[in-house]
Design a protein around this ligand. Sequence first.
Ligand code: FAD
Length: 440
Amino acid sequence: MSSAVDALSPRSHYQCVGVGAGPSNLSVAALLHHHREIRNVFFEQKPEFSWHDEMFFVASSLQVSMFKDLVTLADPTNYFSFISYLHANGRIYHFLNAQFDRVSRIEFRNYLKWASDANRNIRYGEKVVRIDFDGSFVVETTKSRVTAENIVIGVGTEPHLPSFVNGNLGETQFHVSEFSSRSGNLGNKDVLIVGGGQSGAEAVFDLISRKGQSAPATVTWVSKRENFFPLDDSPFTNDFFMPCHSNHFYEQEYTARRAFVERNVLGSDGISEQTLRHIYQRLYTLRFIDNAPPAVALLPDRIAGGLYRDGARWVLEVDHMQSRRRELVGADVVIWATGFRSAKMEFLAPLLNRLQREETEFKINSEFAVLWDGPPDRRIFLLNAARHQRGLPDPNLSLTAWRSQRIIDCIRGTSRADVPQLPSFISWAAAAPAAERRNI
Ligand SMILES: Cc1cc2nc3c(=O)[nH]c(=O)nc-3n(C[C@H](O)[C@H](O)[C@H](O)COP(=O)(O)OP(=O)(O)OC[C@H]3O[C@@H](n4cnc5c(N)ncnc54)[C@H](O)[C@@H]3O)c2cc1C
Protein backbone atom coordinates (compact mmCIF):
# COMPACT_ATOMS: atom_id res chain seq x y z
CA MET A 1 0.00 0.00 0.00
CA SER A 2 1.26 3.47 -0.83
CA SER A 3 1.69 6.17 1.80
CA ALA A 4 -1.15 8.04 0.06
CA VAL A 5 -3.68 5.65 1.63
CA ASP A 6 -6.67 7.63 2.96
CA ALA A 7 -7.01 7.58 6.71
CA LEU A 8 -10.42 6.08 7.49
CA SER A 9 -12.65 9.01 8.36
CA PRO A 10 -16.39 9.53 7.99
CA ARG A 11 -15.58 11.12 4.62
CA SER A 12 -14.23 7.84 3.32
CA HIS A 13 -17.44 5.92 4.03
CA TYR A 14 -19.81 5.44 1.08
CA GLN A 15 -23.25 3.95 0.46
CA CYS A 16 -22.01 2.71 -2.90
CA VAL A 17 -18.51 1.94 -4.17
CA GLY A 18 -18.08 0.87 -7.80
CA VAL A 19 -15.27 -1.30 -9.10
CA GLY A 20 -14.54 -0.44 -12.75
CA ALA A 21 -15.90 2.42 -14.86
CA GLY A 22 -16.82 0.84 -18.18
CA PRO A 23 -20.34 1.40 -19.56
CA SER A 24 -21.97 -0.84 -16.93
CA ASN A 25 -20.78 1.15 -13.93
CA LEU A 26 -20.81 4.48 -15.78
CA SER A 27 -24.53 3.88 -16.11
CA VAL A 28 -24.91 3.30 -12.35
CA ALA A 29 -22.81 6.42 -11.71
CA ALA A 30 -24.89 8.49 -14.14
CA LEU A 31 -28.23 7.41 -12.66
CA LEU A 32 -26.89 8.02 -9.13
CA HIS A 33 -25.59 11.47 -10.01
CA HIS A 34 -28.63 13.43 -8.84
CA HIS A 35 -29.13 11.26 -5.73
CA ARG A 36 -26.87 13.30 -3.50
CA GLU A 37 -28.06 11.38 -0.45
CA ILE A 38 -26.22 8.28 -1.70
CA ARG A 39 -22.49 8.94 -1.31
CA ASN A 40 -20.76 7.09 -4.08
CA VAL A 41 -17.39 6.68 -5.73
CA PHE A 42 -16.24 4.54 -8.65
CA PHE A 43 -12.66 3.29 -9.03
CA GLU A 44 -11.23 2.64 -12.50
CA GLN A 45 -7.79 1.11 -12.94
CA LYS A 46 -7.06 2.78 -16.27
CA PRO A 47 -5.43 6.23 -16.10
CA GLU A 48 -8.16 7.73 -18.29
CA PHE A 49 -11.39 6.71 -19.99
CA SER A 50 -11.27 4.32 -22.93
CA TRP A 51 -13.74 1.85 -24.47
CA HIS A 52 -12.16 -0.94 -26.52
CA ASP A 53 -10.03 1.79 -28.14
CA GLU A 54 -7.74 -0.73 -29.85
CA MET A 55 -10.69 -2.02 -31.85
CA PHE A 56 -11.92 0.95 -33.84
CA PHE A 57 -11.81 -0.61 -37.28
CA VAL A 58 -12.78 1.00 -40.56
CA ALA A 59 -16.52 1.73 -40.30
CA SER A 60 -17.17 0.01 -36.97
CA SER A 61 -20.52 0.99 -35.57
CA LEU A 62 -22.63 0.37 -32.51
CA GLN A 63 -24.52 -2.93 -32.73
CA VAL A 64 -27.48 -1.65 -30.75
CA SER A 65 -29.82 1.33 -30.92
CA MET A 66 -28.46 4.66 -29.68
CA PHE A 67 -31.33 4.65 -27.15
CA LYS A 68 -29.45 1.85 -25.37
CA ASP A 69 -27.16 4.43 -23.81
CA LEU A 70 -26.28 4.82 -20.11
CA VAL A 71 -29.67 6.10 -18.94
CA THR A 72 -32.44 6.54 -21.52
CA LEU A 73 -34.33 3.25 -21.21
CA ALA A 74 -34.65 3.70 -17.44
CA ASP A 75 -34.81 7.49 -17.18
CA PRO A 76 -35.39 9.25 -20.52
CA THR A 77 -35.10 12.73 -18.99
CA ASN A 78 -31.68 12.12 -17.45
CA TYR A 79 -28.86 14.53 -18.43
CA PHE A 80 -26.45 11.69 -19.29
CA SER A 81 -28.26 10.47 -22.42
CA PHE A 82 -26.69 10.19 -25.87
CA ILE A 83 -29.08 12.82 -27.20
CA SER A 84 -28.10 15.13 -24.36
CA TYR A 85 -24.43 14.63 -25.35
CA LEU A 86 -25.20 15.61 -28.95
CA HIS A 87 -27.10 18.65 -27.75
CA ALA A 88 -24.46 19.72 -25.22
CA ASN A 89 -21.87 19.58 -27.99
CA GLY A 90 -23.95 21.65 -30.41
CA ARG A 91 -24.35 18.98 -33.07
CA ILE A 92 -27.84 17.63 -32.65
CA TYR A 93 -29.08 19.03 -36.01
CA HIS A 94 -26.00 17.79 -37.87
CA PHE A 95 -26.47 14.35 -36.35
CA LEU A 96 -30.07 14.23 -37.51
CA ASN A 97 -29.26 15.42 -41.01
CA ALA A 98 -26.40 12.93 -41.41
CA GLN A 99 -29.03 10.14 -41.25
CA PHE A 100 -26.63 7.49 -39.99
CA ASP A 101 -27.98 3.95 -40.04
CA ARG A 102 -25.97 3.29 -36.88
CA VAL A 103 -23.95 5.43 -34.46
CA SER A 104 -20.22 4.98 -35.08
CA ARG A 105 -18.43 3.24 -32.24
CA ILE A 106 -15.95 6.11 -31.96
CA GLU A 107 -18.78 8.59 -31.50
CA PHE A 108 -20.39 6.38 -28.83
CA ARG A 109 -17.02 6.13 -27.09
CA ASN A 110 -16.77 9.94 -27.16
CA TYR A 111 -20.24 10.11 -25.61
CA LEU A 112 -19.17 7.69 -22.84
CA LYS A 113 -16.07 9.80 -22.18
CA TRP A 114 -18.20 12.95 -22.01
CA ALA A 115 -20.46 11.24 -19.44
CA SER A 116 -17.46 10.10 -17.43
CA ASP A 117 -15.79 13.56 -17.52
CA ALA A 118 -19.02 15.11 -16.23
CA ASN A 119 -19.08 12.87 -13.17
CA ARG A 120 -16.69 13.78 -10.38
CA ASN A 121 -17.34 10.55 -8.51
CA ILE A 122 -15.19 8.53 -10.89
CA ARG A 123 -11.55 8.13 -9.90
CA TYR A 124 -9.18 7.02 -12.64
CA GLY A 125 -5.84 5.29 -12.08
CA GLU A 126 -7.02 3.39 -8.97
CA LYS A 127 -7.22 -0.36 -9.21
CA VAL A 128 -9.28 -2.17 -6.57
CA VAL A 129 -6.99 -4.83 -5.13
CA ARG A 130 -8.87 -6.16 -2.10
CA ILE A 131 -12.37 -6.17 -0.64
CA ASP A 132 -12.99 -7.49 2.86
CA PHE A 133 -15.90 -7.16 5.30
CA ASP A 134 -16.06 -6.09 8.94
CA GLY A 135 -19.67 -4.87 9.21
CA SER A 136 -19.03 -2.65 6.19
CA PHE A 137 -17.04 -3.56 3.11
CA VAL A 138 -13.44 -2.43 3.31
CA VAL A 139 -12.19 -1.57 -0.17
CA GLU A 140 -8.48 -1.19 -0.83
CA THR A 141 -7.25 0.33 -4.04
CA THR A 142 -3.72 0.99 -5.24
CA LYS A 143 -4.04 4.48 -3.71
CA SER A 144 -6.70 4.56 -1.01
CA ARG A 145 -8.87 2.69 1.44
CA VAL A 146 -12.59 3.32 1.89
CA THR A 147 -15.56 1.58 3.49
CA ALA A 148 -18.90 0.90 1.83
CA GLU A 149 -22.39 -0.41 2.49
CA ASN A 150 -22.77 -1.63 -1.08
CA ILE A 151 -20.30 -2.66 -3.78
CA VAL A 152 -21.09 -2.62 -7.49
CA ILE A 153 -18.68 -4.73 -9.51
CA GLY A 154 -18.45 -3.90 -13.22
CA VAL A 155 -15.05 -5.18 -14.27
CA GLY A 156 -16.18 -6.42 -17.69
CA THR A 157 -14.29 -8.94 -19.73
CA GLU A 158 -10.75 -9.88 -20.73
CA PRO A 159 -9.41 -11.38 -23.97
CA HIS A 160 -9.83 -15.14 -24.39
CA LEU A 161 -7.30 -17.33 -26.22
CA PRO A 162 -7.35 -21.06 -27.02
CA SER A 163 -5.39 -23.03 -24.40
CA PHE A 164 -2.72 -24.13 -26.92
CA VAL A 165 -1.63 -20.52 -27.52
CA ASN A 166 0.29 -20.64 -24.22
CA GLY A 167 0.51 -16.88 -23.83
CA ASN A 168 3.17 -16.78 -26.57
CA LEU A 169 2.04 -13.39 -27.86
CA GLY A 170 3.88 -10.62 -29.69
CA GLU A 171 4.30 -9.01 -33.11
CA THR A 172 3.42 -12.14 -35.09
CA GLN A 173 0.62 -13.47 -32.91
CA PHE A 174 -1.84 -11.33 -30.97
CA HIS A 175 -5.43 -11.03 -29.75
CA VAL A 176 -7.71 -8.78 -31.78
CA SER A 177 -8.05 -6.53 -28.70
CA GLU A 178 -4.55 -5.25 -29.61
CA PHE A 179 -5.38 -4.73 -33.27
CA SER A 180 -4.62 -0.99 -33.61
CA SER A 181 -1.15 -1.09 -32.10
CA ARG A 182 -0.06 -4.41 -33.64
CA SER A 183 -1.54 -4.41 -37.14
CA GLY A 184 0.33 -1.48 -38.69
CA ASN A 185 2.98 -3.54 -40.42
CA LEU A 186 1.14 -6.31 -42.26
CA GLY A 187 1.95 -5.21 -45.84
CA ASN A 188 2.76 -8.17 -48.12
CA LYS A 189 2.34 -10.69 -45.29
CA ASP A 190 0.17 -13.79 -45.01
CA VAL A 191 -2.31 -12.97 -42.25
CA LEU A 192 -4.61 -15.48 -40.57
CA ILE A 193 -7.64 -14.42 -38.52
CA VAL A 194 -9.25 -17.01 -36.26
CA GLY A 195 -12.80 -16.30 -35.07
CA GLY A 196 -16.09 -15.76 -36.88
CA GLY A 197 -17.76 -13.15 -34.66
CA GLN A 198 -18.06 -9.38 -35.06
CA SER A 199 -14.46 -8.58 -34.04
CA GLY A 200 -13.01 -11.15 -36.45
CA ALA A 201 -15.22 -9.82 -39.24
CA GLU A 202 -14.21 -6.21 -38.59
CA ALA A 203 -10.51 -7.17 -38.56
CA VAL A 204 -10.95 -9.02 -41.87
CA PHE A 205 -12.71 -6.05 -43.44
CA ASP A 206 -9.98 -3.69 -42.22
CA LEU A 207 -7.24 -5.89 -43.73
CA ILE A 208 -8.90 -6.49 -47.09
CA SER A 209 -9.57 -2.75 -47.41
CA ARG A 210 -5.85 -1.95 -47.26
CA LYS A 211 -4.26 -0.97 -50.55
CA GLY A 212 -0.79 -0.78 -52.11
CA GLN A 213 2.20 -1.34 -49.80
CA SER A 214 0.02 -1.78 -46.73
CA ALA A 215 -2.15 -4.56 -48.23
CA PRO A 216 -1.37 -8.05 -46.89
CA ALA A 217 -0.41 -10.65 -49.52
CA THR A 218 -3.12 -13.01 -48.27
CA VAL A 219 -5.89 -12.93 -45.68
CA THR A 220 -7.29 -16.24 -44.39
CA TRP A 221 -10.36 -16.25 -42.15
CA VAL A 222 -11.16 -19.34 -40.06
CA SER A 223 -14.43 -19.77 -38.16
CA LYS A 224 -15.85 -22.72 -36.27
CA ARG A 225 -19.40 -21.74 -37.25
CA GLU A 226 -20.71 -23.38 -40.43
CA ASN A 227 -20.84 -20.06 -42.23
CA PHE A 228 -20.21 -16.37 -41.51
CA PHE A 229 -23.57 -15.98 -39.82
CA PRO A 230 -25.36 -12.67 -39.23
CA LEU A 231 -26.41 -11.15 -35.95
CA ASP A 232 -30.15 -11.72 -35.62
CA ASP A 233 -31.38 -8.17 -35.15
CA SER A 234 -35.00 -8.88 -36.03
CA PRO A 235 -37.95 -7.67 -33.94
CA PHE A 236 -38.95 -10.81 -32.08
CA THR A 237 -35.35 -11.78 -31.34
CA ASN A 238 -34.88 -8.30 -29.91
CA ASP A 239 -37.63 -9.14 -27.40
CA PHE A 240 -34.96 -11.32 -25.71
CA PHE A 241 -33.36 -7.98 -24.80
CA MET A 242 -36.34 -6.68 -22.83
CA PRO A 243 -36.53 -6.71 -19.03
CA CYS A 244 -39.54 -9.05 -19.09
CA HIS A 245 -37.59 -11.72 -20.95
CA SER A 246 -34.54 -11.32 -18.72
CA ASN A 247 -36.82 -11.79 -15.69
CA HIS A 248 -38.48 -14.83 -17.28
CA PHE A 249 -35.06 -16.28 -18.16
CA TYR A 250 -33.86 -15.79 -14.58
CA GLU A 251 -36.71 -18.00 -13.30
CA GLN A 252 -35.72 -21.03 -15.43
CA GLU A 253 -33.60 -24.04 -14.42
CA TYR A 254 -29.84 -23.77 -14.98
CA THR A 255 -29.69 -26.40 -17.77
CA ALA A 256 -32.57 -24.74 -19.66
CA ARG A 257 -30.91 -21.31 -19.33
CA ARG A 258 -27.57 -22.59 -20.55
CA ALA A 259 -29.08 -24.41 -23.52
CA PHE A 260 -31.11 -21.31 -24.43
CA VAL A 261 -27.98 -19.13 -24.57
CA GLU A 262 -26.23 -21.68 -26.79
CA ARG A 263 -29.21 -22.01 -29.15
CA ASN A 264 -29.76 -18.29 -29.48
CA VAL A 265 -26.20 -17.02 -29.45
CA LEU A 266 -26.61 -15.33 -32.86
CA GLY A 267 -29.03 -12.93 -31.19
CA SER A 268 -26.00 -11.32 -29.58
CA ASP A 269 -22.80 -12.73 -31.08
CA GLY A 270 -23.39 -12.87 -34.83
CA ILE A 271 -21.86 -10.49 -37.36
CA SER A 272 -23.82 -7.35 -38.20
CA GLU A 273 -25.40 -7.54 -41.64
CA GLN A 274 -23.78 -4.25 -42.63
CA THR A 275 -20.29 -5.66 -41.91
CA LEU A 276 -21.07 -8.82 -43.88
CA ARG A 277 -22.25 -6.75 -46.84
CA HIS A 278 -19.10 -4.57 -46.66
CA ILE A 279 -16.90 -7.68 -46.69
CA TYR A 280 -18.79 -9.32 -49.55
CA GLN A 281 -18.71 -6.15 -51.66
CA ARG A 282 -15.00 -5.66 -51.01
CA LEU A 283 -14.32 -9.29 -52.02
CA TYR A 284 -16.23 -8.68 -55.26
CA THR A 285 -14.20 -5.54 -55.99
CA LEU A 286 -10.88 -7.21 -55.18
CA ARG A 287 -11.60 -10.23 -57.34
CA PHE A 288 -13.42 -8.76 -60.33
CA ILE A 289 -12.45 -5.09 -60.54
CA ASP A 290 -9.17 -4.25 -58.78
CA ASN A 291 -7.61 -7.64 -59.38
CA ALA A 292 -5.19 -6.80 -56.58
CA PRO A 293 -3.97 -8.30 -53.31
CA PRO A 294 -4.79 -9.49 -50.80
CA ALA A 295 -5.93 -12.91 -51.98
CA VAL A 296 -8.61 -14.05 -49.57
CA ALA A 297 -9.47 -17.54 -48.25
CA LEU A 298 -12.69 -18.04 -46.28
CA LEU A 299 -12.63 -21.19 -44.12
CA PRO A 300 -15.76 -21.68 -42.00
CA ASP A 301 -16.75 -24.94 -40.28
CA ARG A 302 -13.18 -25.44 -38.98
CA ILE A 303 -11.98 -25.72 -35.40
CA ALA A 304 -8.45 -24.60 -34.61
CA GLY A 305 -6.72 -27.37 -32.66
CA GLY A 306 -3.03 -26.47 -32.47
CA LEU A 307 -0.34 -24.06 -33.58
CA TYR A 308 3.35 -24.58 -34.20
CA ARG A 309 6.36 -22.74 -35.60
CA ASP A 310 7.87 -23.66 -38.98
CA GLY A 311 10.91 -21.41 -39.35
CA ALA A 312 9.63 -17.82 -39.30
CA ARG A 313 6.06 -18.90 -40.05
CA TRP A 314 3.14 -20.21 -38.02
CA VAL A 315 1.23 -23.34 -38.96
CA LEU A 316 -2.32 -23.65 -37.62
CA GLU A 317 -3.92 -27.10 -37.41
CA VAL A 318 -7.63 -26.93 -38.16
CA ASP A 319 -10.23 -29.69 -38.15
CA HIS A 320 -12.80 -29.44 -40.93
CA MET A 321 -16.00 -30.42 -39.17
CA GLN A 322 -17.99 -31.79 -42.10
CA SER A 323 -15.28 -34.08 -43.50
CA ARG A 324 -13.46 -34.59 -40.18
CA ARG A 325 -10.22 -33.97 -42.06
CA ARG A 326 -7.30 -32.03 -40.63
CA GLU A 327 -5.92 -29.12 -42.62
CA LEU A 328 -2.76 -27.06 -42.13
CA VAL A 329 -2.89 -23.30 -42.66
CA GLY A 330 0.39 -21.35 -42.86
CA ALA A 331 0.76 -17.66 -41.99
CA ASP A 332 3.28 -14.97 -41.06
CA VAL A 333 0.91 -13.41 -38.54
CA VAL A 334 -2.01 -14.90 -36.57
CA ILE A 335 -4.76 -12.70 -35.12
CA TRP A 336 -6.95 -14.36 -32.49
CA ALA A 337 -10.51 -13.03 -32.62
CA THR A 338 -11.57 -15.69 -30.15
CA GLY A 339 -13.69 -13.56 -27.90
CA PHE A 340 -13.71 -12.38 -24.32
CA ARG A 341 -14.52 -13.97 -20.95
CA SER A 342 -15.58 -12.44 -17.63
CA ALA A 343 -12.61 -10.73 -16.00
CA LYS A 344 -11.14 -12.37 -12.91
CA MET A 345 -12.09 -10.77 -9.59
CA GLU A 346 -9.04 -11.51 -7.48
CA PHE A 347 -9.90 -8.62 -5.16
CA LEU A 348 -12.79 -10.75 -3.81
CA ALA A 349 -10.38 -13.38 -2.41
CA PRO A 350 -11.04 -12.51 1.28
CA LEU A 351 -14.79 -13.08 0.75
CA LEU A 352 -14.73 -16.02 -1.64
CA ASN A 353 -15.95 -18.71 0.76
CA ARG A 354 -18.91 -16.51 1.76
CA LEU A 355 -20.26 -16.04 -1.77
CA GLN A 356 -22.58 -18.54 -3.45
CA ARG A 357 -21.80 -19.85 -6.93
CA GLU A 358 -23.75 -21.42 -9.75
CA GLU A 359 -21.30 -23.36 -11.94
CA THR A 360 -18.82 -20.78 -13.25
CA GLU A 361 -20.76 -17.68 -12.10
CA PHE A 362 -21.45 -16.07 -8.75
CA LYS A 363 -25.11 -16.69 -7.95
CA ILE A 364 -27.13 -13.46 -7.96
CA ASN A 365 -30.62 -12.62 -6.76
CA SER A 366 -33.23 -10.90 -8.91
CA GLU A 367 -31.69 -7.53 -8.05
CA PHE A 368 -28.23 -8.54 -9.26
CA ALA A 369 -26.80 -8.90 -5.73
CA VAL A 370 -24.56 -11.92 -5.06
CA LEU A 371 -26.06 -14.38 -2.57
CA TRP A 372 -23.83 -14.48 0.51
CA ASP A 373 -23.86 -15.15 4.23
CA GLY A 374 -23.49 -11.48 5.24
CA PRO A 375 -26.21 -9.06 6.40
CA PRO A 376 -28.97 -8.57 3.80
CA ASP A 377 -28.49 -4.78 3.76
CA ARG A 378 -24.83 -5.14 2.74
CA ARG A 379 -24.72 -6.15 -0.90
CA ILE A 380 -22.28 -6.93 -3.71
CA PHE A 381 -23.97 -6.21 -7.02
CA LEU A 382 -22.57 -7.88 -10.11
CA LEU A 383 -22.77 -6.40 -13.61
CA ASN A 384 -21.94 -8.19 -16.84
CA ALA A 385 -20.89 -11.46 -15.20
CA ALA A 386 -24.11 -13.49 -15.13
CA ARG A 387 -25.03 -14.38 -18.70
CA HIS A 388 -26.30 -17.80 -17.68
CA GLN A 389 -28.58 -16.21 -15.07
CA ARG A 390 -29.78 -13.05 -16.83
CA GLY A 391 -29.55 -14.13 -20.47
CA LEU A 392 -28.14 -12.75 -23.71
CA PRO A 393 -28.32 -9.04 -22.80
CA ASP A 394 -26.13 -9.35 -19.72
CA PRO A 395 -22.79 -8.54 -21.44
CA ASN A 396 -24.07 -5.91 -23.84
CA LEU A 397 -25.61 -2.46 -23.57
CA SER A 398 -29.26 -3.42 -24.04
CA LEU A 399 -30.38 -3.64 -20.41
CA THR A 400 -27.59 -1.60 -18.85
CA ALA A 401 -29.77 1.36 -17.83
CA TRP A 402 -32.60 -0.85 -16.55
CA ARG A 403 -30.18 -3.03 -14.54
CA SER A 404 -28.54 0.06 -13.02
CA GLN A 405 -31.89 1.54 -12.04
CA ARG A 406 -32.90 -1.72 -10.43
CA ILE A 407 -29.72 -1.73 -8.34
CA ILE A 408 -30.20 1.89 -7.33
CA ASP A 409 -33.81 1.14 -6.35
CA CYS A 410 -32.54 -1.70 -4.19
CA ILE A 411 -29.97 0.55 -2.47
CA ARG A 412 -32.57 3.30 -1.94
CA GLY A 413 -35.37 0.91 -0.99
CA THR A 414 -37.63 2.35 -3.72
CA SER A 415 -39.09 1.00 -6.93
CA ARG A 416 -38.51 2.96 -10.09
CA ALA A 417 -37.10 0.43 -12.58
CA ASP A 418 -40.36 -1.35 -12.88
CA VAL A 419 -42.38 1.74 -13.81
CA PRO A 420 -44.17 -0.80 -15.86
CA GLN A 421 -43.11 -0.89 -19.46
CA LEU A 422 -45.69 -3.12 -21.06
CA PRO A 423 -44.61 -6.74 -21.49
CA SER A 424 -43.51 -8.32 -24.77
CA PHE A 425 -46.17 -9.31 -27.31
CA ILE A 426 -44.90 -12.85 -26.74
CA SER A 427 -46.08 -15.00 -23.80
CA TRP A 428 -42.79 -16.43 -22.56
CA ALA A 429 -44.13 -18.47 -19.66
CA ALA A 430 -46.51 -21.43 -19.83
CA ALA A 431 -50.04 -20.93 -18.50
CA ALA A 432 -50.71 -22.27 -15.02
CA PRO A 433 -51.42 -26.05 -15.08
CA ALA A 434 -54.86 -26.84 -16.53
CA ALA A 435 -55.69 -23.14 -16.85
CA GLU A 436 -57.22 -21.92 -20.08
CA ARG A 437 -55.24 -19.11 -21.75
CA ARG A 438 -57.29 -15.93 -21.72
CA ASN A 439 -54.69 -13.34 -22.54
CA ILE A 440 -55.81 -12.01 -25.91
C1 FAD B 1 -14.90 -4.24 -29.67
C2 FAD B 1 -16.18 -4.37 -28.89
C3 FAD B 1 -17.31 -3.76 -29.35
C4 FAD B 1 -18.50 -3.86 -28.65
N1 FAD B 1 -19.59 -3.27 -29.18
C5 FAD B 1 -20.76 -3.39 -28.55
C6 FAD B 1 -21.94 -2.80 -29.10
O1 FAD B 1 -21.90 -2.21 -30.17
N2 FAD B 1 -23.11 -2.94 -28.43
C7 FAD B 1 -23.17 -3.61 -27.25
O2 FAD B 1 -24.26 -3.69 -26.68
N3 FAD B 1 -22.08 -4.18 -26.71
C8 FAD B 1 -20.88 -4.10 -27.32
N4 FAD B 1 -19.78 -4.70 -26.79
C9 FAD B 1 -19.91 -5.47 -25.53
C10 FAD B 1 -19.25 -4.74 -24.35
O3 FAD B 1 -18.91 -5.73 -23.43
C11 FAD B 1 -20.10 -3.70 -23.71
O4 FAD B 1 -20.40 -2.74 -24.65
C12 FAD B 1 -19.44 -2.94 -22.55
O5 FAD B 1 -18.09 -2.62 -22.79
C13 FAD B 1 -19.57 -3.67 -21.23
O6 FAD B 1 -19.25 -2.74 -20.23
P1 FAD B 1 -18.65 -3.15 -18.83
O7 FAD B 1 -18.55 -1.91 -18.04
O8 FAD B 1 -19.43 -4.26 -18.26
O9 FAD B 1 -17.21 -3.75 -19.15
P2 FAD B 1 -15.90 -3.05 -19.71
O10 FAD B 1 -16.23 -2.13 -20.82
O11 FAD B 1 -14.92 -4.15 -19.97
O12 FAD B 1 -15.35 -2.17 -18.50
C14 FAD B 1 -14.85 -2.74 -17.30
C15 FAD B 1 -13.90 -1.73 -16.67
O13 FAD B 1 -13.49 -2.20 -15.39
C16 FAD B 1 -12.13 -1.86 -15.20
N5 FAD B 1 -11.56 -2.73 -14.16
C17 FAD B 1 -11.33 -4.07 -14.21
N6 FAD B 1 -10.80 -4.52 -13.04
C18 FAD B 1 -10.69 -3.45 -12.23
C19 FAD B 1 -10.22 -3.27 -10.88
N7 FAD B 1 -9.77 -4.31 -10.15
N8 FAD B 1 -10.24 -2.03 -10.36
C20 FAD B 1 -10.69 -0.97 -11.09
N9 FAD B 1 -11.13 -1.07 -12.37
C21 FAD B 1 -11.16 -2.30 -12.93
C22 FAD B 1 -11.52 -2.06 -16.58
O14 FAD B 1 -10.31 -1.34 -16.71
C23 FAD B 1 -12.64 -1.54 -17.48
O15 FAD B 1 -12.50 -0.17 -17.79
C24 FAD B 1 -18.56 -4.61 -27.46
C25 FAD B 1 -17.41 -5.24 -26.99
C26 FAD B 1 -16.24 -5.14 -27.70
C27 FAD B 1 -15.02 -5.87 -27.18
